[in-house]
Write a protein that binds this ligand. Structure first.
Ligand code: SAH
Length: 251
């Protein structure tokens, strides 16, 4: 059995209780060494085999899993944040489906949630934006043309960009050409929830110079949108004059 587990975005105590239990039980752990907090490996039992996937190919990780299965062992495949976002688990599950290997997925705290917490903000403020666009700049991995940043910008919604800290010149040009005003607030969140977490607030047009001035080119999320600074209406959810499924309006 293989458990694909979200490690959370940094701080070791952001892993779920279920993820921690699977780590404690595992005979084999393959972790994404580029970003997963190594402190989490401390939950494994004595004798657990540990592999760093940042130094391995898909074929190699699949080989480790297949051997573990033949030996009746339990494997945890530990991914940073939530495995469903930029985790390359699709191709791993396809391999396991082909080999008839059973697996399940335990979600994790994605860095886009960690970044909102670091910023002490809400992405979905009433009257400001009710939509979060999660995407990335087109780089070595191409983004389909129909999802170009320029086209996504036309909504002027809250935007969170992964894997883009080294491409900020291009990000600003595309987002401004697509419809965000150049002075739209932006924030770079570096290593959300890690001890060396850093936040840099700027505007869309100053993203690249802000990153450069602070030496940021990786392990950062870019957030863009008026949610960072705008005034907003209060919600209906906690408004005394509105009834909800759980509470009558106060007349
Ligand atoms: N599955 C992960 C994302 C993996 S892709 C998740 O849900 O968070 C790797 C990218 O995620 C990095 O390049 C960076 O853009 C972002 N990232 C991961 N951890 C981060 C953190 N703690 N703070 C800021 N960005 C982070």
């Amino acid at each position: 059995m293989v458990h694909i587990v979200g490690a959370g975005c940094g701080a070791a105590d952001l892993i779920t209780l279920r993820g921690k239990r699977y780590l404690e039980e595992a005979d084999v752990v393959i972790y994404a060494g580029s970003l997963v907090n190594r402190e989490l490996l401390g939950f494994t039992k004595a004798g657990c085999e540990i592999y760093d996937s940042s130094k391995m190919t898909l074929e190699e990780t699949a080989g480790v899993i297949e051997r573990a299965e033949r030996e009746g062992k339990t494997t945890v495949r530990l991914h940073t944040g939530d495995p469903s976002l930029y985790g390359a688990i699709g191709e791993q599950m396809r391999e396991m489906d082909r080999s008839g290997i059973e697996y399940d997925i335990t979600p994790g705290v994605s860095s886009f949630s960690g970044a909102a917490a670091a910023l002490k903000t809400e992405y979905t403020l009433p009257d400001v934006s009710q939509t979060v666009i999660i995407s990335r700049a087109s780089g070595k991995t191409a983004v389909p043309e129909k999802e170009s940043l320029r086209s996504l910008a036309s909504h002027r919604a809250t935007m969170v960009l992964f894997l883009s800290a080294g491409l900020l010149g291009q990000v600003s040009v595309e987002l401004i050409a697509g419809g965000y005003p150049p002075e739209t607030p932006a924030a770079i969140v570096y290593k959300a929830s890690w001890p060396d977490e850093k936040i840099f607030r700027c505007t869309l047009s100053t993203l690249e110079e802000t990153a450069r001035a602070n030496g940021i080119n990786r392990t950062a999320l870019i957030t863009v949108g008026d949610f960072l600074t705008s005034d907003f209406s209060r919600s209906h959810l906690y408004d005394p004059s509105y009834s909800t499924g759980y509470r009558e309006a106060i007349k």
